[in-house]
Write a protein that binds this ligand. Structure first.
Ligand code: MLT
Length: 276
């Protein structure tokens, strides 16, 4: 499905009916990474999984930097188009950075948050420099520098050994991402604001999830994230690296399903004729 919002045509996958959970993919993936979650969402839930601008089937648009707040505004505009008011956000890594910005912009639209393999702190100056030079290389050389830098760190050793199909799928998702999209998202992540102080303002049910073998977001970072948010719980997914929803979908879906079904029901997802 596609619609033009904020000047770009965005595509999304969706499944089910009921209260809405929005799945926000990581870098440099697309909505396909949430296939197992869309297929197994609890009854009475509706999943919306957008391709962020430039990723998957969505248009890239004119903005030279994909600032995280721009991506969050895209999301809000998509939800406006779908006439959806309040949602559960579920973001992985860069998707988590977008979720923080969505919260900053319109916390009243967020019922609950699931933060997977992500962190609140902004990049240190050396990481920013590395991202900017990677953006330049990707523009010159195509996706290979990003694939080569990221792929060895993304998946748990067990996934690499036992699930060649997942390795191939992750590689394909990365290689299909246009280099210009990668460059703009790298620049956006490098420039992102620190969300550490924002954590204290989060007052909706929050679940943090991290793969036990995540070599990109450490367990320590995930613990710090969960500690920063009042009442947040941290779940560790064994035998998963940076992408537990793909690497250990059953375990991930159990944890997510329990969280979703434990939320208070009857909170309206859809705008009424009277507005809010
Ligand atoms: C992601 O998976 O979205 C990236 O690892 C995020 C990042 O590079 O900080």
């Amino acid at each position: 499905m596609g619609v033009t919002v904020n000047g770009v045509e965005l595509e999304w996958r969706e499944r089910g009916e009921g209260d809405v959970v929005v799945f926000i993919h990581g870098f440099p993936f697309n909505s396909a990474m949430w296939g197992h979650q869309l297929a197994a969402l609890p009854a009475d839930w509706r999943a919306i999984a957008p391709d962020l601008r430039g990723f998957g089937a969505s248009e890239i648009g004119p903005d030279p930097v994909f600032a995280m707040d721009l991506l969050a505004r895209d999301l809000a505009a998509l939800l406006d188009h779908l006439n959806i008011e309040r949602v559960v956000l579920c973001g992985l890594s860069m998707g988590g950075y977008v979720a923080f910005e969505f919260w900053r912009q319109c916390a009243e639209r967020v019922r609950a948050i699931v933060l997977c393999d992500t962190r609140a702190s902004a990049d240190a100056p050396d990481t920013q420099r590395a991202r900017r030079s990677l953006a330049e290389r990707v523009r010159r050389e195509g996706p290979a520098p990003v694939v080569d830098a990221l792929l060895p760190k993304l998946l748990s050793p067990l996934t690499v050994r036992k699930q060649p199909g997942i390795v191939a799928m992750v590689r394909a998702m990365m290689e299909e991402t246009p280099p210009e999209t990668m460059a703009r998202a790298l620049l956006g992540m490098a420039a992102r604001a620190d969300a550490d102080t924002l954590l204290r303002t989060i007052d909706v049910p929050t679940l943090a999830i991290v793969g036990a073998d995540d070599a990109i977001t450490s367990r320590g970072q995930a613990e710090m994230l969960a500690r920063g948010i009042r009442g947040a719980r941290l779940e560790l997914i064994e035998s998963a690296g940076h992408i537990p929803p793909l690497e250990q979908p059953e375990e991930f879906n159990n944890v997510l399903g329990q969280f979703l079904t434990g939320l208070p029901r009857n909170s309206l997802s859809t705008r009424t004729a009277f507005g809010f």
